[in-house]
Design a protein around this ligand. Structure first.
Ligand code: ARG
Length: 261
């Protein structure tokens, strides 16, 4: 008899719980996951250019890895979505989100006024520093020395924009990605490459005869770009990113890829 009473009590409690749950429509997190609309149901499509280590690059098994990829994976998980990485030219990253083909633009993407007209940016999650790579024997010692020199940049990047403004269009050659710009420097076609500092460090590490100048050229913030009409998705992604920053996940991911010197 005692057993039966215990059982009914447990049942009643369980029922009460179910009621309370349905009455308030589930937890906030669940509501978020159920409501958020993406380009393909159940998936979060990330537009990127995966030649930008340590933020995004191809992995040995043919997939993608890097800081942005792992942060996006953690965001997708929170929203109960499957992350799909779509690799493309850097110049298509923002336009593909703007035209509604992709959900998020995440590519070590610098926030600037021009881009803010085309997409909404989340909170920032990392800092970027435009840096200068030269050959070891170069006479270029500081940003001002770039005057009159041939500069290589990745097409459509802030590095390209600053250099063409500061040193003139005709002195800047744009390349499809950072690695090809670096090959041009090694081949003597340009005198310097201007690119974000962490990719720059990776390129210097993996190629002989190059060095990074100590003086930074410009400092900037990285954030995720989202279609201006996707307000729900914006709230969901920004909210998830905020949580991942607060609970230390973002720091942990950054530390995994960028070892302190
Ligand atoms: N931070 C620079 C910019 O936003 C360069 C980004 C390049 N990113 C890439 N995944 N290739 O313009």
């Amino acid at each position: 008899m005692k057993k039966i009473i215990k059982l009914t009590a447990a049942l009643a409690m369980a029922l009460a719980l179910v009621f309370a749950f349905t009455a308030c429509g589930g937890s906030d997190e669940e509501k978020e996951a159920a409501a958020v609309k993406t380009v393909t149901e159940g998936e979060l499509h990330m537009a990127t250019n995966a030649a930008f280590p340590p933020y995004e690059m191809t992995s040995d098994d043919g997939g993608f890895e890097g800081i942005d990829v792992e942060i996006a994976e953690a965001i997708a998980k929170k929203l109960d979505l499957k992350l799909v990485v779509d690799d493309m030219d850097f110049t298509s990253v923002i336009t593909s989100v703007q035209s509604g083909k992709e959900d998020i633009a995440m590519a070590g993407l610098t926030v600037n006024e021009e881009r803010k007209k085309n997409v909404d940016f989340t909170e920032t999650y990392a800092k970027g520093v435009q840096s200068i790579i030269v050959t070891e024997d170069s006479d270029i010692k500081k940003p001002a020395d770039l005057k009159g020199k041939k500069i290589g940049c990745q097409d459509g990047t802030t590095g390209y924009i600053y250099c063409s403004e500061d040193f003139g269009d005709k002195n800047v050659t744009s390349y499809n990605n950072g690695a090809t710009a670096v090959q041009a420097l090694i081949g003597g076609k340009v005198d310097a490459v201007v690119i974000d500092n962490n990719p720059a460090k990776e390129f210097v590490k993996s190629n002989k005869g190059l060095k990074l100048l100590d003086t930074a050229y410009a400092e900037e913030d990285y954030a995720i770009g989202i279609n201006k009409d996707s307000k729900d998705l914006y709230e969901a992604v920004n909210g998830a990113l905020k949580e991942l920053k607060e609970d230390g996940t973002v720091d942990k991911i950054v530390d995994k890829y960028i070892k302190a010197e």
